[in-house]
Design a binder for this molecule. Structure first.
Ligand SMILES: [Zn+2]
Length: 95
């Protein structure tokens, strides 16, 4: 998947997670930090050009606390994003 698309999916997932868990319309400070962190990791990803999904990635580049957080976001939003953003989710699955 292209980094830009992957970023867009991550952003949607974090937005959704924050909206439903933290009752924020915009991202709260914690979620904003997580999004920033995720984007930076994507920018620096050494497998950029032939990137597997982060779940299958052999290089676990997230620090352990961020990894737990993003896993929670993925688990939560992964199930719900289908309703809110079916196209983005399908693209994520198909790529
Ligand atoms: Zn939040």
């Amino acid at each position: 998947m292209l980094i830009a698309k992957e970023k867009a999916v991550v952003q949607k997932m974090i937005l959704l997670y924050c909206r439903l868990n933290h009752n924020n319309k915009a991202l709260c400070a914690d979620c904003k930090e997580l999004l920033l962190y995720a984007s930076q990791k994507l920018d620096k990803c050494p497998l950029k050009h032939n990137k597997p999904s982060c779940k299958k990635c052999p290089i676990h580049c997230y620090s352990s606390d961020k990894k737990e957080k993003i896993k929670e976001v993925m688990r939560f939003s992964g199930q719900r994003i289908l309703m809110y953003h079916p196209r983005a989710f399908l693209m994520h699955l198909l790529k």
